[in-house]
Design a protein around this ligand. Structure first.
Ligand SMILES: Nc1ncnc2c1ncn2[C@@H]1O[C@H](COP(=O)(O)OP(=O)(O)OP(=O)(O)O)[C@@H](O)[C@H]1O
Length: 295
């Protein structure tokens, strides 16, 4: 659906994006993650034909360039502040971009905007404007939607609602590219992740693969953790006690269970010790910085 090859973007003499290549398939929800200034918004703007670049971008095999936006007919976007006319009502804003009254009404209901959609948009709160911006991005049944920090200013219930809507559209084949600093939120929707650092893509993997990193450790809770630590250590098994239980290596699990069983200590919990998504991202970025400093 979307193919980006060897993308290079300069602002003046400064290179912002260097040799970025990636592709997005129908129904995929791709999270674009990276520190401030990494180039996330720049990539998103470029996909919308708003910035000059070298390399190639194609959508459904049609090229997108700064001068050719034809391929963008099926692309919706919310980037930075939503382009909303303040003196028009929310409904009129939506109607400007769509002649399909049923779709407009459906989106208003879906996004739970009925109570204020007839009011002038200038009276909207930040969250209301954000919801209207998301509705604009979803208008006209887009095949691909770009959302830059979509959860900005949204309360918890609305965040859950938007997540549900994104899943619903993706299920029908719409692809998404979403940037967010709220990693816990992004983690709940994305199917793959692109990590960007100083204009370089340093990781582009399905989320399942990303989560498999480091899952070599298990956390266990027993009926007597203190004795368990002594027994395991005496058997040369490495144990790291934490407030949530004992962290052990996956390889030692059979031996651990045998020792505990022989000493009548029973397992209360035995789960893979998966580091938080946030921790993983930080580890990936740190590894990258260490490697590039060592060069
Ligand atoms: N119009 C511009 N002119 C010159 N430099 C720019 C312009 N827009 C962005 N930049 C620079 O490009 C780099 C990438 O900015 P960009 O906004 O794409 O980062 P980002 O990853 O979206 O950051 P954030 O998470 O803070 O939103 C930054 O160094 C920024 O200063």
């Amino acid at each position: 659906m979307l193919t980006v090859k060897n993308l290079n973007i300069f602002y003046g003499r400064k290179q912002i994006i260097e040799n970025a290549s990636f592709s997005i398939k129908p129904g995929e929800i791709v999270g674009l993650i990276g520190p401030n200034g990494a180039g996330k918004t720049t990539i998103m703007k470029t996909l919308l034909g708003l910035t000059k670049f070298t390399g190639s971008i194609s959508f459904n095999n049609q090229p997108i360039t700064a001068n050719n936006h034809k391929a963008l007919q099926n692309v919706g976007a919310l980037i930075e502040n939503p382009a909303i006319y303040p003196f028009l009502s929310g409904k009129d804003n939506l109607s400007l971009y769509s002649t399909d009254k049923d779709e407009v009404a459906e989106l208003i209901t879906k996004l739970q905007m009925n109570s204020y959609i007839q009011r002038q948009a200038k009276s909207y709160s930040i969250g209301m404007k954000q919801k209207l911006g998301i509705a604009l991005a979803l208008l006209n049944h887009p095949q691909f939607v770009i959302l830059d920090e979509p959860m900005n200013g949204l309360d918890i219930e609305t965040t859950i609602l938007i997540r549900k809507i994104i899943h619903e559209y993706a299920h029908k084949g719409t692809a998404f590219l979403i940037s967010s600093h709220v990693l816990s939120e992004l983690q709940k929707v994305m199917t793959s992740v692109i990590i960007l650092n100083q204009g370089h893509i340093i990781m582009d993997v399905p989320v399942s693969q990303f989560q498999e990193r480091d899952s070599q450790q298990y956390r266990l809770v027993t009926t007597d953790n203190q004795t368990a630590i002594k027994l395991l250590t005496a058997n040369s098994i490495t144990v790291t006690p934490t407030s949530a239980g004992l962290i052990v290596n996956k390889d030692a699990l059979s031996q651990i269970q045998q020792i505990l069983f022989e000493n009548q200590i029973w397992l209360r919990e035995l789960v893979p010790n998966v580091p938080s998504f946030e921790k993983k991202i930080i580890t990936v970025l740190k590894e990258r910085r260490k490697n590039s400093n060592g060069k």
